[in-house]
Design a protein around this ligand. Structure first.
Ligand SMILES: *Cc1c(COP(=O)(O)O)cnc(C)c1O
Length: 495
């Protein structure tokens, strides 16, 4: 062995023991630990106790400044002061996606059971990146992936991984498609990607990051319900082949973010197969509605053809209600993922002999990663799938209920009957510019903050949307939205 690089003599016992007693503060003893855990637990219960009456948005644009002004210091400020900073500067500032009155964008989750799972995962800190390190943690995550693969209807060849979110899962899907189809060098510019104007922007971002910016981006027209037009897709494919281009990737949405629309997944699958293009379904928002059985058979029919995709993205941090930081990519043939992501290194040699269980590190761009599975597995095991199925079916019904009820209120017009749980609508004032009126309407609602809705542009028109996704949203909250919308619209000046 080479000799030590340092000529320093070893430190005296006193120096080391001083350091030890300072360092031991990082590892509190049983009493201190219990006290701190009780204090955090109390904080969480107070938060949840207040939640039913808390706003969906806190109108404090300068909120959070005290965090900026409380630098990380030598001695720390202690748990109590830190909780105070969190309460005043984080938990009562900005949007409140844990509220049942939050209907903006695609609402998130925050199941209590996931919080417990995260606490367990963070404390036991099992290494879920490679099977050798924690076969149990890896098997838990792979089992969840298998469960999702069965939900999609994929064969046993499927595999995937729990990503940090839908954007990263889509990113991995696109890199996998690129490798599987050999799109590199001169091929890039003659390879065609098919999507619609409603495809989530993370797909274009992923294409750019993946070095596929110069692929031909074919924006396929949509029908009057914002679904990809199959006839237009077919025509584009035919024309592209005729022109010497190569159909590379078709991206369908199973629930667009904008309108919750499900593209015609079955007919698109047929075309993808006919033209030998990779078929990716972005079901980040809508995929888990596949769980809804008898109570919503139409929805099941819409989503069933996901089973023909080459890859599917679903976001447990949306429609399985777990906290942010949990997406999923499932690929029909997991060898495609392994081909791209499996790598070796000398310092990893001990980890190779772990048997048949694929490591997330070999299926994804990550190595050391959050043990995400536990925040999903624990609530599923605690409550069972039936509770999730009921919550999702309830959201589908709430969206239809809102669509009908708001359409009956004077002055409001609605977009199409929702495929899933997003409803678009707007107010048509007796006079003046409707775009301007709806812009001011949504601003007024957001400043008020009791409920939260977001807006979008559809065919160049300023449009409001309600996304029923939060597991805490029930009919009373939708009724409250309708009431607040009606009153606010009536009282808003026409210009
Ligand atoms: C939310 C969403 C994404 C992006 O997922 P993140 O988890 O926010 O990164 C992609 N596609 C669709 C359809 C989405 O709804």
């Amino acid at each position: 062995m080479p000799s030590s690089g340092s000529d320093q003599p070893p430190a005296s016992r006193d120096v080391i023991s001083d350091l030890e007693s300072a360092a031991r503060r990082l590892d509190p003893g049983p009493d201190e630990r219990r006290q701190a855990a009780d204090r955090v637990s109390e904080y969480i219960h107070e938060y949840l106790d207040r939640l039913p009456n808390a706003p969906a948005r806190f109108d404090r644009p300068d909120g959070g400044m005290a965090i900026r002004d409380s630098p990380i210091s030598e001695d720390g400020i202690g748990l109590e002061a830190a909780l105070g900073l969190i309460r005043e500067n984080v938990d009562t500032v900005g949007l409140n996606p844990t509220s049942g009155r939050f209907f903006g964008y695609i609402p998130g989750g925050g199941l209590f059971g996931s919080g417990l799972g995260d606490w367990l995962a963070a404390t036991t800190n099992r290494y879920s990146g490679v099977t050798f390190a924690s076969p149990g943690a890896v098997r838990m995550e792979n089992m969840l992936i298998d469960w999702m693969a069965r939900l999609i209807g994929f064969p046993d060849t499927a595999g995937g991984y729990l990503a940090a979110g839908g954007s990263l899962a889509n990113q991995t899907a696109i890199v996998t498609a690129r490798e599987a189809k050999g799109v590199e060098g001169a091929e890039v510019e003659r390879s065609v990607v098919y999507l619609t104007e409603h495809t989530h922007h993370c797909i274009r971002k992923a294409l750019r990051i993946a070095g596929l910016r110069t692929c031909v981006h074919r924006v396929v027209p949509v029908d009057d319900r914002f679904r990809m037009r199959v006839d237009a897709l077919e025509q584009a494919l035919r024309q592209d082949v005729k022109n010497g281009l190569k159909p590379f990737l078709i991206v369908a949405s199973a629930g667009t973010t904008n309108t919750g629309t499900v593209d015609p997944l079955g007919p698109i699958a047929d075309l993808a197969s006919e033209y030998d293009a990779w078929y990716h379904v972005d079901a980040a928002y809508g995929g888990f509605f596949r769980l809804c059985g008898e109570s919503c058979p139409e929805t099941v029919d819409l989503l069933e053809p996901m089973s023909h995709a080459d890859s599917v993205v679903m976001d447990p941090h949306k429609t399985l209600f777990v906290p942010y930081g949990t997406g999923a990519l499932i690929v029909r043939d997991r060898r495609r993922l392994l081909e791209v992501h499996s790598m070796d290194a000398d310092y990893m040699q001990d980890t190779r002999s772990a048997g048949h269980e694929d490591s997330p590190a070999d299926l994804s761009p990550e190595l050391t990663k959050h043990f995400r599975g536990l925040r999903l597995w624990l609530p599923l095991q605690m409550h069972g799938v039936a509770a999730f199925r009921a919550a999702l079916s309830e959201k589908l019904h709430l969206a239809r209920y809102f669509h009908r009820r708001i359409g009956e209120v004077d002055g409001f017009e609605t977009g199409p009957e929702p495929d899933l749980s997003v409803v678009t609508f707007r107010y048509v004032p007796a006079e003046g510019d409707p775009d301007d009126f709806n812009r001011r309407l949504v601003e007024r609602l957001q400043r008020d903050g009791r409920i939260f809705l977001s807006s979008t542009q559809i065919d160049g028109r300023f449009t409001l949307r309600l996304a029923a996704v939060c597991f805490r949203s029930h009919r009373e909250h939708v009724d409250e939205v309708i009431d607040i919308l009606r009153r606010t619209a009536i009282n808003l000046p026409l210009s």
